[in-house]
Design a protein around this ligand. Structure first.
Ligand code: NDP
Length: 254
């Protein structure tokens, strides 16, 4: 089999209609996977499907709010009805959560970021895991964490907390599922310009560039290759790992 080929595989990408998730989907389509994308916004879903189809992909979009476990169950059933299997899952949908000092964050906002960046991953993964175990199929589970899961992001404690939590979840599931030939890994991007990061100040961006050993900010194209690697059999001996993809930001001494 061709190294990195995803022919015959079906991948699910939550938050696949834009930003980093759409970049993963582009990589997966290029490697030959069939791809299901989930997002809340039907227009964004349609635009993404048009692009991926024009690339030659066998793709479909499903409307889903991943913070609601019942909606996840429904979208997963729709995805299975369409493709018949899900071999690869990118739990990628997420967002920044509330900003401000922790002691001023209201319960609803705190619960909101837990639901969006942590509980959503659990809701999605458990559907995929059940189906993989029933089929006795090999699988790949990949979550989009962040370098914010390793460093302190002041005034965004919910973001750091949830992005760390999914690293713990990744390690636990790697142990739980290793004998079932299901590998579980996390991608930790540094700063990438997407809708989520639009509000970032110029000063923050300048600081990112200064600390990046490559002198560059991450692009969506930079996200494609890691998605293909972690989804393919090339990564079969790699599990429980957190892959930092940040242009060298985290290794910079200053
Ligand atoms: P975008 O805002 O560009 O994309 C977010 C995606 O998630 C969209 O497809 C959106 O679709 C979907 N989404 C958001 N909320 C929900 C929900 N409740 N249910 C279903 N889908 C949802 O953000 P990014 O691409 O930047 O972020 C993707 C992931 O990457 C996130 O987990 C983020 O934390 C992480 N990340 C981002 C970094 C960056 O610098 N941009 C750095 C490190 C990590 P829709 O609106 O249609 O629901």
């Amino acid at each position: 089999m061709e190294l990195f080929s995803l022919k015959g595989k079906v991948a699910l990408v939550t938050g696949g209609n834009g930003g980093i998730g759409l970049a993963y989907a582009r990589g997966l389509v290029k490697a030959g996977a069939k791809v299901a994308i989930w997002g809340r916004n039907t227009t964004k879903n349609e635009v993404a499907i048009k692009e991926l189809t024009e690339m030659g992909g066998d793709v479909a979009a499903f409307v889903c709010d991943v913070t609601d476990s019942e909606k996840v169950d429904t979208a997963f059933a729709e995805t299975m009805a369409h493709f018949g299997q899900v071999d690869i899952c990118f739990a990628n949908a997420g967002g920044g959560g509330p900003r401000g000092m922790l002691h001023q964050i209201e319960d609803a906002a705190w619960q909101g970021v837990l639901d969006l960046n942590l509980n959503s991953v659990v809701y999605t993964y458990r559907k995929v895991i059940t189906q993989l175990l029933e089929r006795k199929a090999a699988g790949k589970l990949i979550v989009t964490s962040s370098v914010a899961g390793l460093i302190g992001t002041g005034f965004a404690a919910g973001y750091s907390t949830t992005k760390s939590a999914v690293i713990g979840l990744t390690r636990a599931l790697a142990v739980e599922l290793g004998r079932n030939n299901i590998q579980v890994n996390a991608i930790l991007p540094g700063y990438v310009e997407t809708e989520m990061s639009l509000n970032t100040s110029d000063a923050f961006k300048a600081a990112v560039v200064r600390r990046s050993v490559s002198g560059k900010i991450g692009t969506l194209a930079d996200m494609e290759g890691i998605a293909v690697y972690l989804a393919s059999s090339a990564s079969n001996f790699m599990t429980g790992q957190s892959v930092i993809l940040d242009g060298g930001h985290m290794v910079h001494p200053m």
